[in-house]
Write a protein that binds this ligand. Structure first.
Ligand code: AGP
Length: 378
């Protein structure tokens, strides 16, 4: 058994690391055949025509854990690309709050396993209330996919480690494709969508670029693994990635970590911040996007202020960054991409950082305590 397991790890010390490295290939599979030569999104497997898509006036997403974080990124993608209102909820809350379902509502349920009881129950509630349901799932033929009106399989391949990694980035890619498809149906495609769709084919290669931060992530982990608390921050579409980075760290290293919108720190959490609490700051930018540059400017001045207060800062930046790098050497740089695709690469150094910290803490990385891959109890 032990020998089979080590063979299945393909030379990697843990499944989690192997699965982190499998992400570019997994994302390549999600994209394959889904963008035609004219740059149009084709999703024949979705079982929903563009006419049907045009009837939707609202989207709701319900999911748990990392899958909910993916849904939160999807909210930014979908609202920005389609103009439709999007709401995201914890599946475990959606099923008890007697949600109001709009007459033309698409309800999306995201799950790696398709067996998460909270998400299955939320799907049943939505269907009872008349919503059209779409399951975005990695595993085919699960209770979730069998109960949904239609399914988008992410084909990330088997994910053995408890920590979601490749299932997360493939969910993000699927949500991006779906948002672009809905935008196309609603004839809403603007410059931001077009430049992101044009960059999609280069995404796997950019993810490989993000994997190249691995040795830097290990060095950062060596500097940080003895701290007891961490705060992760990000603005706008980067905020759910801050939540995801904090979740990765806490679930596999058992170190306390929280994620906040960067702009929210001053409304309370900043009282916690001191020289003994590292801040992991998502400080990405997209030169083609004015709003992104405004957010970046604010984040740069936040970082300057944190450093003046002698707070340990680790910043995730773009390869073309110069401003943050001029303030601190503690940066992890990922390749540049349009803002709508950035979350798919910026999460990679956060996965690697959590992995290396957990290893240094001597944790059972693939099988953290009290957790299971499929949460079948409420
Ligand atoms: C993430 O690393 C977790 N293991 C966990 O939050 C997971 O995403 C959650 O339990 C939902 O699982 P699902 O995607 O299989 O529904």
């Amino acid at each position: 058994m032990a020998r089979n397991q080590s063979k299945a790890k393909n030379g990697f010390p843990h499944f989690m690391l192997k699965e982190i490295y499998e992400q570019p290939e997994a994302v390549r599979r999600v994209i394959a055949g889904r963008v035609d030569a004219a740059g149009r999104i084709v999703l024949p497997g979705l079982g929903m025509s563009e006419d049907k898509i045009r009837t939707f006036s609202k989207v709701t997403v319900a999911a748990s854990g990392s899958s909910r974080h993916a849904g939160m990124v999807g909210e930014f993608m979908m609202e920005r690309m389609t103009g439709l209102p999007v709401e995201v909820d914890f599946a475990s809350q959606y099923c008890y709050r007697d949600p109001v379902v709009a007459p033309h509502e698409l309800t999306i349920f995201l799950s790696q396993s398709g067996t998460t009881i909270d998400t299955i129950t939320a799907l049943q509630v939505a269907r009872r209330k008349g919503a059209k349901s779409l399951a975005i799932c990695n595993v085919p033929d699960t209770p979730l996919t069998q109960n949904a009106d239609t399914t988008f399989l992410t084909h990330a391949g088997e994910e053995v480690a408890i920590a979601a990694t490749k299932s997360f980035t493939t969910q993000l890619t699927a949500l991006f494709l779906l948002a672009a498809f809905v935008a196309q149906a609603h004839k809403k495609t603007g410059a931001a969508t077009e430049s992101a769709v044009a960059a999609l084919q280069s995404l796997p290669e950019r993810m490989e670029g993000a994997l190249a931060t691995d040795s830097e992530c290990r060095k950062s982990a060596q500097l940080l693994y003895r701290y007891k608390d961490f705060i992760y921050v990000g603005r706008d579409i980067d905020y759910p990635i801050a939540l995801e980075g904090a979740l990765k760290l806490k679930e596999i290293s058992y170190i306390h970590a929280e994620g906040y919108p960067t702009g929210e720190l001053k409304h309370g959490p900043t009282a916690l911040v001191h020289e003994g609490l590292p801040l992991v700051v998502l400080a990405l930018h997209d030169k083609q996007d004015e709003d992104s540059m405004l957010r970046y400017g604010k984040t740069v001045s936040n970082i300057r202020e944190f450093l003046e207060r002698e707070i340990p800062v680790l910043a995730i930046v773009n390869a073309s960054d110069t401003e943050v790098a001029a303030l601190t050497p503690c940066v992890l740089a990922v390749p540049d991409l349009p803002v709508l695709l950035q979350p798919i690469v910026e999460v990679i150094p956060l996965q690697l950082l959590a992995y290396h910290i957990a290893v240094l803490c001597g944790r059972n990385v693939d099988q953290p305590r009290h957790l299971s891959k499929s949460v079948v109890v409420e």
